[in-house]
Design a protein around this ligand. Structure first.
Ligand code: ZN
Length: 520
């Protein structure tokens, strides 16, 4: 009996010792991995993370940019399953693939296709890829990569360990063009601008790449699976001030080369352009300045209606949305205004800038960044000199350059529109002199600046830079503007109807990040 108890005690002592030793060993290895600056540390980290992701299935692999007309999904998935047999793979598509992807029959739950298309028998939840992601990290891979070791993923994991909340990007071996770009996004000005940076930490990486990030980042983005991928995700992550790290020390190996034929390349290019246009429109971006300096427009142009609807109470819709005039509309307004000035000058009609347009000219030589039209005063007596104004009195007419001249329906004034379909316009208000006062016959009750003024402001007319040329303006502009808008109007311009703004505050010119350019 005694011997039995002694044996039992001995076993307990041994077990306790073992537990203590294990604890000390764990502390040591933790200490080592924290402090040792050698390859031992890297191996420890790698072994730990290898154990981590293999055992805990801490990474979900997502294939997003797959073309149905040509792909290598079957081989890619096979190589992935060989190396990461326990990791879940999601194929995210916009519609059911046709022709069908040639996947090997897979009985496990580890490869799943998520079709984003609305279908009557699929719930919104199941259609959302995030519903199927339970891991801490997500690895996005392009189609046709060849994964032969775990090294790539381990290196990326150890990098994201060091830099939490960063996106880790590894360029593919075929991507000669992996570039790190900085993104300037001005939601207010509907504009996005890319700039080259020399560092490998930036906002957006170009070219084919593997991309690792925390799943929680996907959850905070408005549309994480938007295409073109990864272009779309980088715009969204940069809006959240998240950084991407380009790892050039390691490389993603490509599988079979895709899109080799000219036709396939053409097709891919067409698709990408259409997707890009859709993406920018969805994200509210109408002008993109590339890192090369080239400009792309995604807003309205002469052949389609302007970006905003009828203006109610001098408050355009975009101001209500806390934004400024879309850049395409500003460009259309400038173009129309230049055309009108040329015509008035050529036909000898005396004119001057009015209201907000004069204010913009005085402040920055341009249309105010939130203005929706251009206002010009003319001498009523000069109207017969301009044949288009004369014709406009009876009907609306299109001139030789496609601009539309008409008598406005809202009152006794003229309007020149960019085109028949795009109603961006310049308003021409005919004034006449009566007892030393410039007056007219109809007024806008919602425009407080629409009022009479002493004729001496026009004797003589002065000139000022506006929309890229010299235009004629009243003399003594400051007094003229203060008379119309009230004291301090030049220094502190206000939005038209302050009381109706959702975020009532004064316009800040400093917010503008985008260079003025005068044409589409
Ligand atoms: Zn527009």
């Amino acid at each position: 009996m005694r011997i039995k108890i002694a044996r039992l005690l001995m076993i307990i002592v041994v077990l306790v010792n073992l537990a203590v030793l294990h604890h000390i060993w764990k502390l040591l290895s933790y200490h080592e991995s924290k402090t040792l600056n050698s390859s031992v540390k890297l191996n420890l980290v790698k072994n730990n993370s290898r154990k981590h992701f293999l055992n805990n299935r801490n990474v979900t692999i997502v294939l997003r940019d797959i073309e149905f007309f040509e792909n290598n999904v079957a081989e890619t998935i096979e190589s992935l399953q060989n190396i990461f047999p326990r990791l879940k793979i999601l194929i995210v598509v916009d519609s059911l693939p046709y022709p069908p992807l040639n996947l090997k029959r897979n009985d496990s739950q580890d490869v799943k296709m998520i079709n984003l298309q609305v279908q009557l028998h699929t719930s919104a939840e199941k259609r959302n890829p995030l519903f199927h992601i339970r891991t801490k990290y997500v690895l996005f891979l392009p189609d046709s990569v060849h994964i032969s070791t775990t090294e790539l993923l381990l290196t990326m994991l150890s990098e994201v360990d060091k830099h939490p909340h960063n996106i880790i990007s590894v360029p593919s071996s075929n991507s000669m063009s992996a570039a790190c770009l900085q993104i300037f996004l001005s939601v207010k000005e509907w504009t996005l601008q890319y700039n080259h940076v020399d560092e490998d930490v930036c906002d957006s990486v170009t070219g084919r790449q593997a991309l690792l990030l925390e799943a929680d980042i996907l959850r905070m983005l408005p549309e994480p699976f938007m295409i073109p991928f990864p272009e779309a995700i980088y715009i969204q992550s940069s809006a959240k001030k998240l950084k991407v790290r380009l790892l050039r020390s390691t490389m993603l190996r490509d599988g079979r080369a895709l899109f080799q034929s000219p036709h396939a390349q053409w097709k891919l290019q067409q698709l990408t352009q259409a997707r890009r246009a859709h993406m920018f429109r969805t994200l509210g971006i109408k002008k993109v300045v590339r890192e090369t300096g080239s400009v792309e427009w995604y807003g309205c142009n002469r052949d389609i209606p302007r970006c905003f609807g009828s203006v109610v109470g001098d408050m355009p819709q975009y101001l209500w949305e806390d934004k400024w005039t879309p850049p395409c509309c500003l460009a259309g307004l400038r173009r129309t205004a230049r055309h009108v000035f040329e015509h008035l000058e050529a036909s000898g009609v005396r004119y001057w800038l009015e209201g907000g347009s004069l204010l913009g000219a005085m402040r920055a030589g341009d249309i105010l960044p939130w203005d929706y039209d251009v206002d010009v005063g003319i001498y009523r007596d000069d109207v017969p000199r301009c044949s288009w104004l004369v014709r406009a009195q009876s009907t609306s007419v299109v001139d030789d350059h496609g601009f539309v001249w008409e008598k406005a329906t809202e009152g006794d004034f003229y309007r020149v529109q960019l085109s028949r379909v795009n109603h961006l316009h310049v308003d021409l208000f005919p004034f006449y002199e009566r007892n030393g006062t410039m007056t007219k016959d109809s007024w806008f009750p919602t425009h407080k600046q629409d009022r009479e003024f002493p004729a001496h402001f026009l004797h003589p007319l002065a000139s000022l830079q506006f929309v890229g040329r010299l235009v004629s303006v009243p003399n003594n502009i400051r007094d003229f503007l203060e008379l119309k808008f009230g004291p301090g109007a030049v220094e502190n311009p206000e939005y038209p109807d302050h009381s109706k703004l959702r975020f009532p505050r004064k316009p800040a010119f400093g917010e503008a990040v985008v260079q003025v350019d005068y044409d589409y």
